[in-house]
Design a protein around this ligand. Sequence first.
Ligand code: COA
Length: 321
Amino acid sequence: MQIIGTGSALPEKVVSNDMLAGFLDTSDEWITSRTGIATRRLLSNDNLGDLAIAAARQAVASSGVDCNDIDYIICSNVANNYVTPSLSTIIQGGIGDECSCPCMDLNGACAGFIYAIDIAEALLKTDRAKHILIVCAEEPSKFCNWHQRETSVLFGDGAGAVVVTGGDGLLARRVTAKSQKDVLYYKRPLETTPYDRSTENAEPLVMHGRDVFRMAVQGSLADINALLTESGLKPDDIDFYLLHQANMRIIKSIREGLGQEEQKFPCNLQRYGNTSSASIPILIDELTTEGRLKDGALLMLSAFGAGFVTGAALLRWGKAA
Ligand code: COA
């Protein structure tokens, strides 16, 4: 597998910590020191489907592949307004009338991009597809209780996309899951029926922050070290660690666990907050646009999220297929 195109799209509305402190019992000082987040982009007059399509179009255009040559679309999304049809079919309709490939959504929480890479690699290896569009589109701001400062300050909305094709860029990968439903969950309301009128099951995002913090650091370090060992590499051999953008202190703990310098850990969570599975593809698109990813660079991707799930991928960057 090789990444041959990237794209991203963010909502227009920029929300600062001070703006949140206008209606929540919080402060810029608390949010910045505990998370590293200064602003986030939140959907207001825009919608997630349009962001996902914009990111997808950019990725397809930069890949040089015609949209009718895309033969699978995988969309990573935790939840959005449409339970059905899938967001991937909505994206398909937005990238061109000629595109008629199979479409699939997956919910790998914040590790969804790595799960999508894992599935894409399997589809490419078994000749089920030659070009796959992966779009991670997330609106976690819509799961939060906006009266609760513990969760709502952490998240931002956004979409990131890549086009992948056959190649030798994916050197190793690992995805894990260990059922832990109480530490991080969102229960969406469903319709009542004549036989079940209960609505009490719906609940905005609940998060046990300290448990998630600990599981994130442990899980990410375990994945990264496993891939390094499998590949016969040392932490120093990696050019960039592209970690899920959840919290600067989580990233710092992982970085210190690997004994690495800060420059190897590019971040955008200061500007976007936690955009769930979209955070790594948005980061990849930004680094590509800035020309910071040189051919041959070794990238270690690592993410974690509700489930509890984790995933990591070791990539050698380059367009050659
Ligand atoms: N503003 C001000 N105070 C806040 C606050 C906010 N937004 N959120 C919580 N607090 C308060 C708490 O109520 C608590 O007050 P108390 O001491 O009077 O009880 C205090 O700050 C400390 O809370 P605590 O939960 O111990 O803080 P923390 O240092 O663990 O940081 C998180 C909280 C959420 C930032 C941290 O646990 C974290 O980053 N966890 C991982 C979250 C994450 O990444 N989730 C997504 C994974 S995909």
